[in-house]
Ligand binder design. Structure first.
Ligand code: SF4
Ligand code: SF4
Length: 139
């Protein structure tokens, strides 16, 4: 069964460890420090627009669940850093959200050029996807 709002269902797979390591490398954060206190979620101004709470996204990554890439939460995050300020373990959740966006873009849009898209396709892309793409090109 896949994870959803009704609960988390963890399946141990070899890729669990590699996904967590990838997100830790991209974000520079030690995900294991999270104790699931919920402080980040309680301070986030956009949870009503998210399908997973920020703390749940962290849990997914902690358990190496690539389903975190299917969540719209990283794309809703506005990098306001409220979560970082509230985290008693010093985890910058916004960095983790950015890492998840990067991982998604690398997986789905590698060697992707904005010039190849129609105006209609550009309108459908999340704005943060376009910004992240430009960062890749200028990085
Ligand atoms: S940085 Fe993102 S996840 Fe953190 S509080 Fe702001 S909107 Fe929520
Ligand atoms: S505030 Fe920090 S320790 Fe608490 S759930 Fe969020 S990331 Fe984990």
């Amino acid at each position: 069964m896949s994870p959803g709002k009704s609960g988390l269902y963890l399946t141990f797979r070899p890729e669990n460890a590699s996904f967590k390591a990838k997100i830790e490398e991209l974000s520079g954060e030690n995900i294991d420090l999270c104790m699931q206190c919920g402080g980040c979620s309680s301070g986030c101004p956009l949870t009503e627009e998210m399908d997973l709470l920020p703390s749940t996204v962290i849990r997914y990554v902690q358990w190496g669940m690539e389903e975190a890439l299917d969540s719209k939460t990283p794309w809703v995050c506005i990098t306001c850093f409220n979560c970082e300020v509230r985290c008693p373990r010093g985890i910058d959740v916004a960095n983790v959200m950015e890492a998840l966006r990067q991982a998604t873009l690398r997986a789905k849009y590698d060697r992707f050029s904005l010039d190849e898209l129609t105006p209609e396709e550009l309108m459908e892309l999340p704005q943060i996807a376009i910004i992240s793409n430009q960062r890749k090109l200028s990085g």
